[in-house]
Design a binder for this molecule. Structure first.
Ligand SMILES: [Zn+2]
Length: 457
């Protein structure tokens, strides 16, 4: 295969590219939807192809093909060069020196998803549905599951020396519940994914379905929330949703575009003094992890906020050059048909000293927020989300469940209103949709207490 890659690089340079890269990718996917125990959609497929990106006269050109024969690959290179030339040298792209990957890398897994019969996968997913039904009984109206698994392989080559292969397996599902309450239907969903084989699927579906079913039971007796600013305890996954949305402001392309909440604040105090945040795509087998990014750069654990002070951003080679920083290995693309853009991998908040029970028992009046969905921010504006589950806290105890709690915070104010950070954290998992490319990312953020959080029904 990579003889074609070498050929493409040589041709690109021969016809005028000052830089060229070739990304060969192969995907084998199974996907299905369940509505209750009924199968409503199922797909199995194989996809492969090659993406070619070049710089000519300081301008990017990109093209791709599914057709892996010499003639088509040559056409693809010529298209990429032509697209770069069309821009007439009116761009000034330069790439920062980077630690480029060489060699073969593989994510560990035990059971290859390609080796498992579809009926066996369905049986595992149905166990999750049965588990939820058992816990929630007649309070649970229905369950939907969207599932996929993927075996993937990328071979990346560049004219400045990257030559590396990474491969592995991953699975993902969204578990959606519809429950009955006195005021109508309650809806919630949670997403789960990891880089692993099918050996991890059953444990995951039982864990998620248990949590969701308990949520349905609690919501069946929920009451209207108070409104206005409250002291809120954001359970780990809700805090993770917040830090994911905020995390877009660490992406250097948003800093350059002027949409980052952190633009111009490097070296400044942006949070409470005990908050340290970093980005780490090297955590073994985490949903957002990679061995190298889609520019062939080996990712680094990158400090973003250290003891409250903004230290830096995450980068592609181009944004690192523009901002005078070092590439961090965060240029990622959904597949060979896409150009890489700056993306998070795993955003991590350094754990604190508190235990969640202590935080609750120290709170006289407040709201406990477990899980979040529909997070939205414009970067500089407010951050809003819908709590999956919330409880009123009275005199150090979870007093009663609250119904449809909307939460709103200003990012920079909220970072200075953090009062306590817990020891333990769970992964918040998502397929982020930035730039129309779905990307596996996580946030690993401990439960935390934040004051002056605005809530409403
Ligand atoms: Zn996102």
């Amino acid at each position: 295969m990579m003889e074609l890659g070498e050929l493409a690089l040589r041709l690109a340079e021969h016809i005028g590219a000052e830089y060229a890269e070739v990304r060969y990718q192969q995907f084998e996917r199974a996907a299905m939807n369940l509505k209750g125990k009924e199968l409503t959609g199922i797909i199995e497929g194989v996809d492969e192809g090659i993406g070619v990106r070049v710089i000519v006269n300081g301008c990017w050109g990109f093209s791709y093909t599914h057709n892996l024969v010499e003639e088509e690959v040559e056409k693809t290179v010529k298209r990429a060069v032509k697209l770069a030339k069309i821009q007439g040298g009116k761009c000034e792209v330069k790439l920062a020196e980077a630690d480029l990957a060489k060699g073969r890398f593989q994510f560990d897994y035990k059971i290859d998803p390609r080796s498992v019969d579809l009926n066996d996968k369905i049986s595992i997913l149905v166990k999750g549905i049965e588990n939820a039904n058992e816990i929630a009984g007649d309070k649970l109206k229905s369950v939907d599951i969207s599932y996929f698994d993927l075996w993937f392989k990328t071979h990346f080559l560049s004219s400045d020396g990257a030559d590396a292969v990474q491969s592995g397996a991953r699975f993902y599902f969204a578990f959606r519940v519809y429950g009955l309450t006195s005021s109508g239907v309650f809806y919630d969903s949670e997403r789960f994914g990891m880089i692993a084989g099918i050996e991890k699927l059953e444990e995951a579906i039982i864990d998620v379905s248990t949590r969701m079913a308990k949520r349905v039971v609690n919501q069946s007796k929920a009451e209207s929330p108070p409104t206005g600013p409250v002291i809120a305890i954001l359970e780990s996954r809700a805090a993770g949703d917040f830090f994911h949305e905020m995390g877009h402001s660490f992406e250097a392309d948003s800093v350059i575009r002027g949409t980052s909440a952190f633009e111009g604040l490097k070296g400044k105090m942006v949070a409470v003094g005990n908050l340290t945040v970093y980005e780490d795509p090297t955590i073994p087998n985490a949903w957002g992890s990679i061995f190298f990014d889609d520019e062939g750069v080996k990712p680094k654990k990158t400090i973003l906020i250290e003891n409250g002070v903004l230290r830096g951003y995450i980068h592609s080679r181009e944004t690192a050059m523009r901002l005078g920083e070092k590439p961090t290995g965060h240029a990622r693309a959904e597949g060979f048909q896409y150009e890489p853009i700056v993306r998070m991998g795993n955003v991590v908040v350094k754990p604190g000293d508190w235990r969640e029970e202590e935080l609750i028992s120290e709170t006289r009046n407040g709201v406990y927020i477990a899980g979040a969905r529909g997070g939205q921010t414009t970067g500089k504006g407010p951050f809003q989300f819908q709590a999956s589950e919330a409880f009123l806290i009275r005199n150090g105890e979870l007093a009663k469940p609250l119904r449809s709690v909307g939460v709103s915070m200003n990012i920079l104010e909220a970072l200075k209103n953090i009062e306590a950070i817990c020891k333990e954290a769970n992964y918040y998992i998502t397929l982020c949709g930035k730039g129309g490319q779905r990307m596996a990312v996580t946030a690993l953020v401990p439960t935390m207490k934040i004051k002056k959080v605005i809530i409403g029904g």
